[in-house]
Design a protein around this ligand. Structure first.
Ligand code: 5HU
Length: 145
């Protein structure tokens, strides 16, 4: 199973420790194509800030999205890139889980929460303590369908 993980990079790296825990959990289900998103070395500048590199990153990531069997996004830290990726995956009809932490005090964008359909596109509120259970439930339901 190939899993695409989405998390904020240029939108801010405040949640990188949580991304690491989620990626570790996802790796118990398959290979995570975007493991770099959880790297502590990756700053808010991204992998490289040149125009050529940005095109490479965009094209590579859209290709990885197409290849993926499931998409899991941590959406608490707002990110243009994550929002864009989620818009593309809705069109690709990929099985998608968006994870949001209400304890952050933020209110999730209506364009993400409002896209929840309970089947292909699932938005779940979670806390760090129950992240593993929420991910397990997502993959358990996915296996049944
Ligand atoms: O260097 C990068 N590498 C990369 O893979 N991305 C992708 C994966 C992340 O899920 C998403 C983050 O977008 P943003 O940088 O706008 O927060 O975009 C984004 C960047 C920088 O925008």
């Amino acid at each position: 199973m190939k899993v695409y993980f989405c998390g904020s990079i240029r939108g801010g790296r405040e949640d990188v420790v949580i991304y690491q825990k989620i990626v570790k959990k996802l790796q118990s289900y398959g290979s995570v194509l975007t493991e770099h998103v959880s790297s502590a070395e990756l700053t808010h500048r991204g992998e490289d800030a040149s125009d050529a590199a940005d095109r490479f990153i965009h094209d590579r990531d859209v290709d990885w999205l197409r290849q993926s069997d499931a998409v899991v996004a941590e959406v608490t830290q707002p990110s243009l890139g994550v929002g864009y990726e989620l818009g593309r995956v809705v069109d690709m009809k990929k099985k998608t889980l968006c994870l949001f932490r209400p304890a952050s005090g933020r209110v999730l964008s209506a364009m993400i929460r409002g896209a929840h359909d309970g089947e292909l596109f699932v938005v779940k509120d979670y806390s760090e303590d129950d992240m593993e259970d929420v991910v397990d439930e997502f993959f358990a339901v996915m296996k049944q369908t």
